[in-house]
Design a protein around this ligand. Structure first.
Ligand code: ATP
Length: 202
């Protein structure tokens, strides 16, 4: 089974591209979705997070108060690392499980939709690294207009990630999503065709 790593900065269009790849029949392992699922009420990961960051990170119904956790965990680097030390291994092992499942299901191509693919060096485990590229300023605009994010928050999140040049340098294949959505689909189609013929892996 071939593995494609799909990454890009926050708001670059990874989810949009992943949906197109899923439609083409590729299996998508969605790291963001896994990250949410491992924090569901009653999960051991959530219990550990509450133990380390205080039970105030839980709402009365036992679910995660994301805003409160963000306040505590993103306050400084040490706290962020402490949170990552709990969540990253769980995300890694569930992702691994889903790849094994895909292989067992006879899937020919699977896609790892992973925002931190390059930051965590996971691109080395992929047969192809695809980067969805959009200038940071345009991403801020999209995050504010279509996602309702506060502008300062959008900029702070972008700052926490690897720079666009470093991300592109690690790419085997770049999708330019600076233009309108109509320009995205044909590029994704080119990728799909190149994956199907095997040309993308050469
Ligand atoms: P995140 O890192 O937050 O998960 P993402 O990389 O998955 O984001 P998307 O959710 O796919 O990005 O896209 C971010 C927003 O920008 C969405 O609202 C999406 O509909 C919109 N968007 C994606 N591509 C374009 C485009 N070419 N033009 C305008 N808006 C776009």
């Amino acid at each position: 089974m071939k593995k494609i790593g799909l990454t890009g900065g926050i708001g670059s269009g990874k989810t949009t591209v992943a949906a197109m790849l899923a439609e083409a029949g590729f299996r998508v392992v969605d790291a963001d979705k896994i990250a949410r699922e491992i924090m569901e009420p009653g999960s051991p990961v959530l219990a550990k997070v509450a133990e380390e960051f205080g039970h105030d990170v839980l709402k009365v119904d036992g679910s995660l108060d994301r805003a409160e956790l963000a306040r505590r965990a993103f306050a400084d680097k040490g706290a962020t690392q402490q949170l990552n030390a709990i969540t990253h291994p769980a995300i890694r092992s569930e992702s691994h499980r889903q790849f094994i499942q895909a292989e067992a299901d006879g899937v020919a191509v699977s896609v790892y939709d992973m925002p931190l693919l390059i930051e965590l060096g996971l691109n080395k485990d992929m047969d192809l690294t695809v980067v969805v590229d959009v200038a940071a300023e345009e991403r801020v605009k999209r995050l504010v207009s279509s996602r309702g994010l506060d502008e300062a928050d959008a900029r702070a999140r972008i700052k926490q990630q690897i720079g666009d040049d470093a991300r592109k340098a690690a790419a085997d294949w770049i999708i330019d999503n600076n233009g309108p959505l109509e320009e995205l689909a044909p590029q994704v189609k080119r990728l799909i065709d190149a994956v199907k013929t095997g040309e993308a892996f050469q």
